[in-house]
Design a protein around this ligand. Structure first.
Ligand code: ADP
Ligand code: MG
Length: 368
């Protein structure tokens, strides 16, 4: 049997299923990751991300479907023979070994010559900016430095694919952002395919070429950060990737340019025309906070929708104001307004305002 398949993908999952006891951890997932891509798997805790990563690495076997890496079916390939390396959230460094020894360990096991080991470890430590610290032990390093050692230990094997499982999860916010930039730069320099697992939507948005969103073992959508943000495929994706306001209702009529959504709580709303005639269907309106125009004017021109609301909270973030809006006693929305120069908040807590938006700026999805 020929196990080499023509493929443009670096990693391919084909209808992969994995059950853990009663839990369907991975439910028929198909996915293609391109060579050199920074690809993120994004989903809440328990959605099946680590399970997928372990299947790719060969630490677990799929119940159904198959995994192909660089054109080779991985069915019978042991973890150590797969062209991938993993970096976990827990650094799992050897506490009594120096940084140098920690990074060299894998190469020593592979019986690489001492001369080559010295050179490759030095190059790799240089790459992760730890050159001066090779004689320290892990307890003499900060969290960020320890994570760099873990990264160096994976990179020293020169894998063509690096699997990273929430590698920055243990770091504080500022260090995490710093490491995000470094990881991205490193990935671009080395041209390695990164398969990056995270539950952190902002992290995925800022670093990735493409993102796959997972929920309950299922893949909901794969796309560029911009595609996910502007054209979410499901209400879950809309709410998990970026902030969004939501309104559930029923389509009551379809006109030439738009449709009309009727809801229990607010007057009928114009929504983009659904692709299929979906009269009487339950649909969800998604409106990003920055797609809203706030006004005190009852007759603002240029907008298709106009809802009264009361400002319940104002947050100043330096570059924008966040307004928490009470649309009804059960529905609270958020609007963001950019701050240009020195400017006072145009609206105050307790004020009555109107939420205006253009129909084509909103997204409408089947309710799930
Ligand atoms: P994530 O990494 O997205 O948090 P996981 O892949 O770790 O999710 O887990 C997916 C689901 O499978 C969860 O419901 C989890 O409890 C379950 N699970 C994961 N590993 C095991 C295991 N070894 N035994 C039993 N259930 C597991
Ligand atoms: Mg996990």
């Amino acid at each position: 049997m020929n196990h080499t398949l023509p493929s443009h993908a670096s990693i391919a999952l084909e209808n992969v299923v994995k059950q853990h006891g009663d839990t369907l951890a991975v439910n028929t997932v198909s996915l293609e990751i391109r060579p050199g891509e920074f690809f993120s798997l994004l989903g809440p805790s328990g959605s099946g991300k680590t399970t997928i990563l372990r299947l790719i690495a060969g630490l677990d076997q799929p119940d159904e479907g198959r995994i192909v890496i660089q054109g080779h079916v991985m069915q019978d390939v042991a973890p150590q023979h797969r062209p991938v390396n993993i970096v976990f959230q827990q650094y799992a460094l050897f506490p009594h070994m120096t940084v140098f020894k920690n990074v060299a360990f894998g190469l020593e096991m592979q019986k690489v010559s001492p001369q080559d080991i010295t050179q490759r470890v030095a190059e790799t430590l240089d790459l992760v900016q730890l050159s001066g610290k090779h004689m320290r032990v892990p307890s003499e390093l900060s969290g960020g430095e320890q994570q760099r050692v873990a990264l160096a230990r994976a990179l020293v094997n020169r894998p063509s694919v690096l699997l990273l499982d929430e590698p920055l999860g243990a770091l504080d916010q500022q260090l995490r952002q710093e490491m995000q930039r470094e990881l991205k730069t490193l990935q671009e320099q080395l041209g390695i395919t990164f398969f990056y697992v995270t539950h952190h939507q902002e992290e995925a948005l800022t670093m990735s070429d493409r993102i796959a969103v997972m929920h309950n073992g299922q893949l909901l959508q794969v796309g560029s950060p911009q595609e996910l943000y502007q054209s979410p495929a499901t209400p879950f994706v809309a709410e998990f990737v970026g902030r969004s306001n939501r309104l559930d209702g029923t389509v009551v009529s379809i006109q030439s340019t738009h449709a009309t959504l009727e809801t229990k709580h607010v007057p009928p709303i114009h929504i983009p025309k659904p692709e299929e005639p979906t009269i009487h269907h339950s649909m969800t309106l998604i409106l990003r906070p920055e797609w809203i125009h706030l006004t005190k004017n009852d007759h603002e021109s240029g907008f298709d929708n106009h809802l009264p609301a009361c400002i319940r909270n104002v947050q100043y973030l330096g570059n924008e104001f966040h307004y928490r809006l009470e649309v009804t006693p059960d529905i609270f929305w958020t609007a963001t307004v950019p701050i240009l120069g020195h400017q006072h908040a145009p609206f105050q807590t307790g004020e009555q305002v109107f939420i205006d938006w253009k129909t084509h700026d909103s997204v409408v999805l089947s309710t799930s």
